[in-house]
Ligand binder design. Structure first.
Ligand SMILES: NC(=O)c1ccc[n+]([C@@H]2O[C@H](COP(=O)([O-])OP(=O)(O)OC[C@H]3O[C@@H](n4cnc5c(N)ncnc54)[C@H](O)[C@@H]3O)[C@@H](O)[C@H]2O)c1
Length: 321
């Protein structure tokens, strides 16, 4: 297998994929019609270069070669992996995958970064795309949700582990996979809290980062709740908090209408909260914090730290050869 990947769509997510592959020694061919794409990718790559290697206690593979291609067909020629990361519109994804299927090698993995579409929707007009849904920043966060044909997702998982990622194969296709279902619930509740004047965007962020956000990063939800049940564990936790589900703690499936007024309210509060920093500066702050957290997790082998330990062990023989 050639260590060559094509990235189709080089925005926030495509740029992160490019960095992830390049810094793990893969050559990357990128296609994006945006004349600004090259500048944006360079900026993402600079951030990735200063953060990803800081997770490792040994040298990473030599960086691969990045080339910008003038057409999709040129980008996907001869690659082992094609990652589609164009905007989240099904008609556009259909158009792009039709071109990819025509020009990519028959044995290349065809992944889509889609946050919400199912493989059966992506392949509605025929095709063999799988969902390979990453998280921002793709070069640091290990999770990729894989959905689709078992043989294809199996091949994809091996490749993703090779570039230090954590493939989570989703058992059944479902709108928005696993993680975005969870995030959507938190997002929906947060929109209500702002709209109803209960909390500002900053107060909601404090409620997350001063408390349960710290727990989630290292143990997730269920393991955390098991401990919250005390010595009697999960059963006690459920007996204690189960009845709360019937109380009006949550707005459940109700969604606040996305009026201009609500968009303005949230955007203005977000500007007041974080407008003093550029997006790039915020990205660097986020990356430094993630590296610090993940290095602590690495020491205990917990969560994402365990993934880095395994990847590091797998890299070692390659460097000694
Ligand atoms: N932003 C996130 O946090 C996030 C996380 C996970 C997955 N995703 C998914 O990743 C995908 C991309 O999202 P994004 O946030 O990077 O969007 P984005 O708008 O930042 O980037 C999309 C890029 O695609 C390019 N593009 C448009 N048409 C194209 C075409 N025909 N061929 C090639 N390139 C084309 C655009 O010029 C742009 O650079 C979406 O499916 C989204 O759901 C986003």
């Amino acid at each position: 297998m050639s260590k060559k990947a094509a990235i189709v769509g080089g925005g926030v997510i495509g740029g992160g994929w490019a960095a992830r592959f390049l810094l793990n020694g893969w050559d990357v061919a990128l296609f994006d019609p945006d004349p600004e794409a090259e500048r944006k990718i360079d900026e993402v790559l600079s951030n990735a270069r200063r953060s990803l290697p800081a997770l490792y206690d040994q040298a990473m593979p030599d960086e691969g070669r990045l080339t910008f291609r003038g057409s999709l067909a040129e980008a996907v020629a001869g690659v082992s992996w094609v990652q589609e990361s164009v905007p989240e519109r099904l008609d556009l994804k259909h158009k792009v995958f039709a071109q990819i299927e025509k020009s990519a090698p028959a044995d290349a993995v065809l992944g889509s970064s889609t946050s919400g579409f199912k493989p059966s929707e992506l392949n509605a007009q025929g095709g063999r795309a799988i969902v390979a849904h990453p998280f921002n920043p793709v070069y640091l966060l290990p999770l990729v949700e894989l959905v689709g044909d078992a043989a294809e997702t199996g091949r994809a998982a091996d490749i993703l582990r090779g570039i230090g990622m954590f493939p989570l194969t989703v058992r059944k296709e479902i709108d928005a996979h696993i993680a975005d279902r969870l995030l959507e619930a938190v997002w929906r509740e947060s929109l209500w809290l702002v709209k109803d004047g209960v909390a500002t965007t900053e107060e909601i962020d404090e409620a997350i980062r001063m408390g349960f956000g710290l727990r989630w990063a290292q143990m997730g939800l269920f393991e955390t709740y098991r401990i919250a049940g005390g010595e009697a564990g999960m059963r006690h936790f459920m007996a204690q908090f189960g009845p709360a589900l019937a109380w009006p703690w949550t707005k459940l499936m109700d969604v606040p209408e996305f009026t201009d007024e609500l968009v303005d309210l949230i955007s203005d509060q977000s500007d007041a909260q974080s407008g003093h920093m550029s997006i790039r500066a915020l990205e660097r702050l986020r990356d430094d914090n993630l590296v610090g957290i993940m290095r602590v997790l690495k020491a205990s082998g917990s969560g994402a730290g365990g993934v880095i330990n395994k990847h590091e062990a797998a890299l070692r023989p390659e460097k000694l050869r």
